[in-house]
Design a protein around this ligand. Structure first.
Ligand code: FIX
Ligand code: ZN
Length: 430
């Protein structure tokens, strides 16, 4: 007879099962060392890792400007500092002179603690000495083991010149078995004329008008890069104003309906839409200058309905969109919700979103992605999220026990496997 679990069992077994279940992290901004790394001194490496990158994460730059205003430290002076000087400034003001109670600060402490370092240092000197003894390649393995992540999904923005040039120089630049590539194509929706100019310069016979030639050539561009990168899906970040259908944004709509949907349907690849980012409301903050806005779930409903042969990974940035999005996912099997994105990646909101998703969707969703920009963040982002997901699952399994259902360990293992890995992998392949 399988042992049925009681309430006390759940408090130890659920966290244990989640800790043991490897995660396939479906959206990060991390790279293998072949793209160059932040320790190589060039300043051009795309793989960011180590204490100075951790402490200068753009979330923390925004937060340090809440306590040391521009009147005290003009932003251009901050950007003129070295990375180490920026990190020292942030560590002093957010971690020493104030309690590092915010989620992005706490994440740095969790990462240091799980690496076996003391997170109470008053300066970064000892951390720098420790990181100087690591090599990027072995550190990736160490971080993946600590975070129990079995695959890191990259974000590969083909319209960003530095990265595209690395691909053009060496097609194998992404060939690291620990990483998967994703074709990221924001300008094709956010700036169609600019994207057309670039594709023309690259030898594609395209124009701003949606002639058949433009449609065919843009498809050729997409197919080339999907093959070249061996990309597992296509992704875009879209503004809160994105609407489909929309006569006010014909270019965006025509690109989606006449070009992107047919290409992805033919290849069986998902389209990941990350909707709700107002980019650069404060450009001086650079990556930290983006803002959230409420988006239109009905546009997602229209796309899922109009393109039943296409698959959509959807995440929205506004907390206010989440319940409606869950209901939309109940209507369309080609819609897979994922993650608690960016300003939602905080314990209070991860808990709320995970609860409503389990209650409305069962285990047919992907509760989290890390969005890690600095490799080391995988350690804290997955530690924090596993903890919260576990607490919610314990409640839900308790509800089942109350209803007389006999919960077994292998049920919990199956649920963890689905939500942390297989819902993503299967949806990509289906
Ligand atoms: O568009 C995106 O992929 C966003 O996740 C990033 O632009 C954002 O800066 C981020 O890293 C949020 O966590
Ligand atoms: Zn991202």
């Amino acid at each position: 007879m399988p042992d049925y679990l009681d309430r006390d069992d759940l408090t130890t077994i659920v966290p244990d099962v989640l800790a043991k279940q490897p995660v396939t992290d479906m959206h990060t901004h991390c790279y293998p060392p072949t793209f160059g790394d932040s320790s190589d001194g060039s300043g051009e490496g795309l793989l960011l890792w180590g204490i100075d990158e951790l402490v200068t994460y753009h979330y923390l730059i925004a937060e340090v400007y809440r306590v040391v205003p521009e009147s005290e430290l003009p932003i251009d002076k901050f950007w003129a500092m070295t990375k180490a000087q920026q990190a020292d400034h942030i560590w002093k003001n957010l971690f020493v002179e104030r309690t590092p109670i915010g989620e992005a600060c706490r994440g740095v402490l969790t990462t240091l603690h799980k690496l076996g370092l003391d997170p109470n240092e008053k300066t970064l000197d000892n951390y720098r000495k420790w990181f100087a003894q690591q090599t990027a390649d072995q550190y990736i393995d160490r971080v993946m083991e600590l975070a129990n992540v079995d695959s890191i999904t990259m974000t590969n923005p083909v319209f960003d010149d530095p990265e595209r040039l690395m691909w053009e120089k060496n097609q194998k630049v992404g060939d690291d078995p620990r990483f998967e590539a994703v074709l990221r194509i924001d300008p094709l929706l956010r700036d169609w004329p600019g994207a057309v100019a670039k594709m023309s310069a690259w030898g594609y016979d395209v124009s701003v008008e949606f002639t058949q030639k433009t449609i065919d050539e843009t498809k050729r561009f997409l197919n080339h890069w999907l093959d070249y990168m061996n990309a597992i899906y296509v992704a875009m970040s879209l503004p809160p104003e994105f609407r489909y259908p929309s006569d006010s944004d014909l270019a965006g709509n025509r690109f989606v309906s006449d070009i992107l949907m047919p290409v992805l349907a033919e290849r069986g690849l998902p389209f990941a839409m990350m909707i709700g980012c107002h980019q650069q409301v404060k450009p001086e903050l650079r990556d930290a200058g983006d803002m959230v806005g409420k988006s239109d779930v009905q546009s997602v409903v229209s796309l899922c309905r109009e393109f039943p042969k296409n698959k959509f990974f959807i995440t929205m940035l506004s907390r206010e969109n989440q319940h409606e999005l869950c209901v939309a996912a109940r209507k369309f099997g080609n819609l897979m919700l994922f993650g608690c994105w960016w300003f939602l990646n905080n314990p209070s909101i991860i808990e709320e979103m995970t609860r409503e998703r389990l209650e409305l969707l069962g285990t047919s969703f992907i509760p989290q992605h890390s969005d890690a920009r600095v490799l080391d963040q995988l350690v804290y982002k997955w530690d924090h999220s596993r903890r919260i997901i576990g607490e919610v699952l314990i409640d839900k399994y308790n509800d089942l026990i109350t209803a007389g259902y006999r919960v077994q360990r292998d049920h919990i293992e199956r649920d963890a496997r689905l939500m942390l890995r297989d819902n993503f992998r299967d949806f990509c392949k289906r």
